[in-house]
Design a protein around this ligand. Structure first.
Ligand code: TXA
Ligand code: MG
Length: 314
């Protein structure tokens, strides 16, 4: 059931049930992060392997301090300057966070979502929420309540509707285990913004064996239709005998099944539209989605990262 009743969502969560919640990045599948029985259901409903840890959501830096052993200076700087934001910090967890939430890792992933409804819900709860993206494992993340309903609606009691997600791409994940912090997933806060605040970071977003983040798996965030990345003009010729969908950044290729991410060539707008576009192609009668990379800067780096993982021809 989809609705806007924050009190009802709160009641369900207090009973140890799951609720899909809106955030500025993508919708999350939330449960009481301190209740193991509640958290187990997240893995079941998503069909997610338990070696893939969850992000914990709370509403203030003070609350983060209750959940972690310490916060390195650079993490404090980022939190103070940016949060609430599409940014997830990896910080050494206190025992209060169940090992199941972090898949046994010593660090917990924590963020403060920049979404009014999510923040209001979190302020009214006396526990943080563990919430992965509200999609079956490996599929594209949902950016509207309807997206969640289509795939998980029959498995969860409530979807809290907060409209379309403004950022549209998941949070950036950053860890502070070494002097130079490491970005493990590019997302809604760009590397450029992060480096302005804390200086150089290293980027480690690929890992084929034992990935630190499942978002690091080479094939992830993928639609069911086969997406092929390249030069659209050339591919239109190569695949001319097939039924095609075209996913372009800015250019109009005058094709029937075409989605342009941002006619103005705006990267933030392209990010906002990306996942909904991939879902739309899955509903079209096409053989392939022909797609192109966007300019590789700011949010474009996160968009390109998702497109490469969705790419069928590695
Ligand atoms: O924007 C977002 O981050 C959304 C919204 C709902 O907050 N959440 C999200 O969660 O994208 P999920 O579970 O789909 O992706 C979280 C990623 C996973 O790839 C997971 O492996 C990684 O975060 N992660 C979680 N805890 C971690 C930890 N302790 N160390 C390293 N990576 C971690
Ligand atoms: Mg996910």
């Amino acid at each position: 059931m989809i609705g806007k009743d924050i009190k009802f969502a709160k009641k369900l969560l207090e009973e140890g049930k799951l609720v899909a919640i809106p955030t500025e990045t993508v919708y999350g599948l939330a449960a009481n992060a301190l209740d193991i029985q509640a958290v187990i259901q997240i893995f079941e409903v998503k069909n997610r392997p338990t070696f893939d840890p969850l992000i914990v959501h709370t509403h203030s830096l003070e609350k983060i301090k209750d959940l972690v052993l310490n916060i390195p200076k650079k993490a404090i700087l980022l939190a103070e300057k940016l949060m609430p934001a599409p940014l997830t910090l990896l910080l050494p967890k206190k025992n209060i966070i169940p090992d199941l939430v972090t898949s046994g890792l010593p660090d917990v992933a924590i963020r403060i979502p920049n979404h009014q409804i999510a923040l209001e819900l979190l302020k009214n709860l006396d526990f943080p929420l563990a919430a992965p993206s509200a999609n079956p494992f490996g599929y594209v993340s949902p950016t509207s309540a309807i997206h969640v309903e289509q795939q998980l609606g029959h498995k969860i009691p409530y979807i809290l509707d907060g409209g379309n997600c403004e950022i549209g791409i998941e949070s950036t994940i950053i860890g502070f285990q070494t002097d130079i912090p490491t970005v493990y997933r590019m997302g809604g806060i760009s590397i450029e913004i992060i480096e302005k605040i804390i200086g150089k970071v290293q980027i480690q977003t690929h890992s084929s064996s034992n990935p630190k983040a499942a978002g690091m798996l080479e094939s992830h965030y993928a639609p069911k239709k086969q997406l092929i990345l390249g030069n659209i003009e050339e591919m239109l010729d190569i695949y001319k005998d097939h039924k095609l969908g075209i996913l372009s950044f800015q250019k109009d290729f005058q094709q029937k099944n075409q989605i342009i991410l941002s006619k103005k060539g705006n990267l933030a707008q392209a990010a906002q539209h990306l996942f909904a576009a991939l879902r739309t192609f899955d509903s079209f009668d096409i053989d392939f989605i022909l797609a192109e990379l966007v300019p590789d800067l700011d949010l474009g780096r996160a968009i390109n990262d998702r497109l490469k993982r969705a790419n069928w021809k590695k």
